[in-house]
Design a protein around this ligand. Structure first.
Ligand code: AMP
Length: 428
């Protein structure tokens, strides 16, 4: 049988697992510091969870969802994003009780969109994200943007652009849509077929188009910032002032709208020019003040973001940003030079593993030289060499794979000596 993975999916292994671990551990540490708790929702939901919230006019719902009937004929959809499932769960499980507000949740999960695969764009990809539900505070908006910015800062990125815009409340947005519609109507023939459809269902979605000629028409049109009501304008100014105080580098981006219908007010995106393609966004989010009520939950505001983990890892690798190996603890590779050392080796493994020191055995018979090479390449910190002499004298030869210095240590002192030689005793 010869079978390949489906188009647009990836097997994640080797170096990418290390990037992924680093991204997740960095984010988890910050989620903790910012006081977010984890939520895990199913990988599929009833289709209406997405179609109603993300919006029928969006590309995602219109043409990118993996939707299928189950055996009883109910329509299910593999999740294309994480916000709608979290809101569905929060409402269903009645989590928004007063002592929980604002409810601050984070998730890490795989998402599915039937997109045209290319570099940084897949059909199955991974996102981590946060949702803060129950407060409309501008400080909360600033905290969310701060957290997004801090994740990328701690990952080691230097030249990212945080774009911010607002699409106003329903009052100013509806007024703006009217004016935008009037601007587009005489130019409709110059827009692509998708945009002509978007014009009918929700003209704001024309902003999502990646086609140059459509983009140009949009960029020359009226801007929502000129039609904001007093409240929205005040909220936006306040937010900008707080994130400036936080020394976050940002740029106000007039034509940022983001491809979901549920957004209201503040929206933002973290982008990189280094990605050098239409897929230059690493993450984004915004306010969605009506979504809880749309799910028949309490009429409460909310804000959140999602980060694309695959694209982030891809860019880190491209820019040569190193991950910190979170498993950077002593790890020993046991090389046996004696055929009868079995029980001796088991005793060594037992000592190390009972003390939570990672270790493995060299099962190859290709000689000490190639075993040492392999140990270095695979990230082991020490090689423990066991030959007849070692067994006879109850000792181990420990080779530090960084300095290549060699030590003979008593078997009973092995754990202490490995910690000392690798410097791990200093980290305790
Ligand atoms: P969105 O949920 O569309 O706001 O996307 C948030 C982030 O998820 C983006 O900035 C990307 O980093 C990532 N992302 C979205 N769609 C894809 C995809 N098809 N393939 C890989 N990453 C994606």
């Amino acid at each position: 049988m010869s079978v390949n993975s489906p188009r647009g999916t990836a097997d994640i292994y080797g170096e990418y697992i290390k990037y992924r671990d680093f991204i997740i551990s960095t984010a988890r540490e910050l989620f903790d510091i910012f006081n977010f708790e984890e939520i895990i929702t199913p990988a599929f939901e009833y289709t209406e969870v997405f179609s109603r919230s993300i919006g029928e006019s969006t590309d995602i719902v219109h043409k990118e969802m993996y939707t299928f009937p189950d055996r009883k004929g109910r329509s299910l959809t593999l999740r294309p994003e994480g916000t709608a499932p979290v809101v569905r769960s929060v409402v269903e499980k009645k989590m928004l009780v007063p002592e929980n507000i604002p409810l601050k949740l984070f998730y890490i999960g795989n998402m599915f969109r039937y997109e045209r695969p290319q570099k940084g764009r897949m059909r199955e990809f991974w996102q981590l994200g946060v949702e803060a539900l129950g407060s409309s505070s501008t400080i909360l908006d600033a905290e969310i943007i701060w957290l997004l910015n801090e994740i990328f800062k701690r990952l080691g990125f230097k030249n990212l652009i945080l774009k911010i815009n607002t699409i106003g409340c329903s009052k100013c947005r509806n007024n703006y849509i009217k004016i935008f519609r009037e601007y587009i109507e005489p130019r409709l023939d110059y827009l692509c077929a998708d945009c002509q459809r978007r014009f009918k269902v929700n003209p704001l979605r024309i902003f999502d188009c990646k086609i140059k000629s459509c983009k140009k028409i949009v960029s020359e049109g009226p801007k929502i910032k000129d039609y904001l009501c007093k409240n929205c304008s005040k909220h936006f100014k306040e937010l900008i002032s707080i994130i400036s105080d936080l020394s976050i580098n940002y740029t106000i981006s007039d034509d940022l709208v983001r491809g979901f219908d549920y957004y209201t007010g503040i929206i933002f995106e973290m982008a990189s020019n280094d990605l050098n393609s239409a897929q230059n966004a690493l993450g984004g989010g915004g306010r969605y003040d009506n979504l809880l009520a749309d799910f028949n939950g309490p009429d409460m505001p909310a804000v959140g973001f999602a980060v694309g983990m695959d694209r982030t890892a891809l860019l880190m690798r491209q820019l040569g940003i190193k991950y910190t190996d979170i498993r950077n603890k002593p790890k020993s590779y046991i090389i046996s030079l004696s055929e009868d050392a079995g029980p001796y080796i088991i005793d060594v493994l037992k000592q190390l593993r009972n003390s939570n020191i990672a270790c493995d055995i060299d099962y190859s018979t290709s000689g000490i030289g190639s075993a040492l090479k392999k140990a270095g390449k695979k990230g082991f910190s020490t090689a423990l060499i066991i030959g007849e002499e070692e067994v006879k004298n109850d000792i181990i030869t420990v080779k530090d794979l960084k300095s290549f210095k060699q030590y003979k240590v008593k078997k009973n002192n092995l754990v202490k000596e490995v910690l000392r030689i690798t410097g791990a005793d200093q980290n305790e």
